[in-house]
Design a binder for this molecule. Sequence first.
Ligand code: 4AD
Ligand code: MG
Length: 462
Amino acid sequence: MKRTKIIDALSSTDFGKEINVKGWVRSHRSSKAVDFIALNDGSTIKNIQIVVEPNSFDAEIIKSITTGACLNVTGLLVESQGKGQTSEIKAESIEVYGLSPTDYPMQKKGQTFEYMRKYGHLRLRTNTFGAVFRIRHNMAIAIHEYFHSHGFYYFHTPIITGSDAEGAGNMFQVTTLDPGRIAKEGKVEYDDDFFGRKTNLTVSGQLEGELGATSLGAIYTFGPTFRAENSNTPRHLAEFWMIEPEVAFVDKEDLMDLEEDFIKFCVKWALDNCHDDLEFLNSMIDKGLIERLKGILNEKFVRLTYTEGIKILEEASCSGHKFENEVSWGMDLASEHERFLVEEHFRRPVIMSDYPKDIKAFYMKINDDDKTVQGTDVLFPQIGEIIGGSVREENYDKLMGEIERRHIPMKDMWWYLDTRKYGTCPHGGFGLGFERLILFVTGMQNIRDVIPFPRTPKTAEF
Ligand code: 4AD
Ligand code: MG
């Protein structure tokens, strides 16, 4: 018999019809007259109730069915007596695909996320992680839908590169050289390495993305990104996914409009397409979640220059607000400063622009004051920086000046500089941290819990 997915069985009103479902047991309750088994197959957060009349089955087998077991159930679809469910299944035959012994680590309710991270292979089977990863999938679809329908091309940039796009030096080296030999000889000959040069995992697809934008007009990347920063925070991963649109012929205002429109589209997509999972997370994880998501859609993001932001922070400081890191023009904002602006001062997302050039990457467009650059970061409640973006410096001489001032090795940059040498154009783009978006949309607190298999310092299990 053909299997029916539980999401379809639950919405079917073909009462009296025989159907087949398969899935994992979420709970098993016994009473004298009947047993109730809640079955889930991942197609929805909702379980279907299997009603088992013990007399019709082998009692030992029914008793052995505990949380985590996998079943193949055929029975009659009947209208549910229970509140809040439409249909359930009166079991006629039950095949046990796999039992789940009592040491099943996801047996108990209310385990901490920290505990569940130790069982990264099995936590996926819990309600919360099911909800999070269905939403994650839907957000990926939203992103492709947004860019495709706005005329952007999905552009694949390399994972192995020779460049450090952000100039921050937090890179994972890629090599086939034998570390033992290097240690013995005390030197490294990159000519002998696989690519004949030093290479690393990409920290950003932007530089190659700019090549795409200056030919296709508007592109976006969506891929894994790697940073070897030793940041053990609930907002950082060593391997995360980034979406990087890059567009020709935009200015700072256009870019900020794009950032705001894009994020709002994604949040609306979640509200429109992930209703049941959001309801679940709203009731179990974060009571303010759905309100917060709806709120974002109705608010115009604040647009604020860095200099104006510093002024607000200094004023707050003067009137008694205690920051751990002292505020002064030129500093990189710490998370406490971003959160003060977004969560306390404005109570809305903020797009901050025009940062001091020394705290930003070499490629950002330099303003006429020669002190600030046209960066456009989006700061979100609970998250902090969710997007980092900028207008790019398109003037060859100015860009060269910055590259030299920062002592960036020129010979590695020749192909990037060619964009400014041949038919240069005003352009810009940004990077959205996919997991930070998922944090916001799910209300989860730790970035390790919104990616199936997190990579962080000292952890690469599973
Ligand atoms: O601000 P970042 O470093 O910007 C860039 O990489 C630019 N090349 C993007 C561009 O203009 N095309 O990173 C962009 C975003 C951040 O705002 C943050 O959301 C996310 O990527 N991000 C991280 N997410 C998780 N773990 C980390 N270690 C992250 N580092 C950055
Ligand atoms: Mg940034």
